[in-house]
Design a binder for this molecule. Structure first.
Ligand SMILES: C[S@@+](CC[C@H](N)C(=O)[O-])C[C@H]1O[C@@H](n2cnc3c(N)ncnc32)[C@H](O)[C@@H]1O
Length: 248
C-alpha cells in the first residue's frame, strides 16, 4: 500500500485510546505484562534478546517491551492495514513492523526465527481452531531453544461450549465492545485513513473473527501436541487467562 502521512499527535492519541479500549476488555493487562516480563527473564536468565508480538495491533505492548528491554530486537506482526500503519507511525524505529497472516503457518518465513519470547495477546480468538493449532506449531519453529510463548485471550474455565459464550458476554464486555466500535468509528471520520479503512474492509469481508474461545486446558493440549515440553497457566483474571509454553 502507498504510505500515508499521518499527524504524529493524532497517531499518539489513537494509540492511547486503543490502549484504554483494550483495558476495558482486560483490566488486568498491566499485571499480565509484568508477569510475562518476569517469566521471560527467568526463562532465559537474562532479558530476552529477540521478542516477537503476534497480532500486535498498533503496538502498545511492543513499545512497552522495547522500553523495558532496550537492547532487545522487537518485532510486531499484524495483518490489518490500519493498525499496521498506526504501529509504523507511532513506534520507535527500533521496533520492526511486519505484515503477515497468522491464519497461514508460513508467517515464520516473514519474521525469521530465534525468538526468546513470543507474545500473542487478544488475537487467537480471530482464528479457527485448526489455525490456532498451526500457530502453536509455527511459534515453536520461530522460538529459540528455551524460548517462551505466551498466549493470552478469553479462556474461560466455565465448561460451556464456546458457541454458548458468544451468547453470554462477560461483565463489562458490552461497554468494551461499544468503546471498540466508537474507536473504529472515530477513524472513519479521518480522510487520510479512508484508503486504509477500505483496504481493511476488503481484507476482513470474507474472514470475520472466528470468535472461537477454548479453556486453558485446550490451549495447553494444543501447545503440547505442537511439541512444547511444558505448557500451563501463567496468569488469570476472570474469563481471561494466559498460557505459557516453553521449549526444552
Ligand atoms: C483485539 S486486537 C489485539 C491487538 C494487540 N495484541 C493488543 O493487545 O492491543 C487483535 C489483533 O489481531 C490481529 N489479527 C487478527 N487476525 C489476524 C491474522 N490472521 N493475522 C495477523 N494478525 C491478525 C488484528 O489485526 C488485531 O491487531
Amino acid at each position: 500500500m502507498t504510505p500515508v502521512a499521518l499527524d504524529p499527535t493524532r497517531v499518539a492519541g489513537w494509540r492511547t485510546t486503543w490502549d484504554a479500549v483494550m483495558l476495558g476488555f482486560v483490566p488486568g493487562l498491566p499485571a499480565l505484562e509484568r508477569v510475562v516480563a518476569t517469566a521471560a527473564e527467568a526463562a532465559r536468565g537474562a532479558p530476552p534478546a529477540r521478542v516477537l508480538d503476534l497480532g500486535g495491533g498498533p503496538g502498545l505492548l511492543a513499545e512497552r517491551m522495547s522500553r523495558r528491554w532496550p537492547a532487545a530486537a522487537v518485532t510486531l506482526l499484524d495483518l490489518d492495514p490500519v493498525l499496521l500503519e498506526l504501529a509504523r507511525a507511532g513506534l520507535p524505529p527500533a521496533v520492526e513492523v511486519v505484515r503477515a497472516d497468522l491464519a497461514s503457518p508460513a508467517w515464520p518465513a516473514v519474521t525469521g526465527g530465534g525468538y526468546d519470547l513470543i507474545t500473542v495477546v487478544m488475537t487467537v480468538h480471530y482464528l479457527v481452531p485448526e489455525a490456532i493449532r498451526a500457530l502453536y506449531a509455527a511459534a515453536r519453529e520461530a522460538l529459540a531453544p528455551g524460548g517462551l510463548l505466551v498466549v493470552a485471550d478469553l479462556m474461560p474455565d466455565d465448561g460451556l461450549p464456546y458457541v454458548m459464550r458468544a451468547l453470554d458476554p462477560g461483565p463489562g464486555e458490552g461497554a468494551a465492545e461499544l468503546a471498540w466500535a466508537q474507536w473504529w468509528g472515530g477513524l472513519g471520520a479521518v480522510p487520510e485513513i479512508a484508503g486504509l479503512l477500505a483496504a481493511r474492509a476488503d481484507l476482513f469481508r470474507d474472514r470475520p473473527p472466528a470468535g472461537f474461545t477454548a479453556d486453558l486446558g485446550w490451549h495447553a493440549a494444543a501447545a503440547r501436541a505442537a511439541g512444547f515440553g511444558e505448557a500451563g497457566a501463567l496468569w488469570r483474571e476472570g474469563r481471561h487467562a494466559a498460557l505459557a509454553a516453553q521449549l526444552r
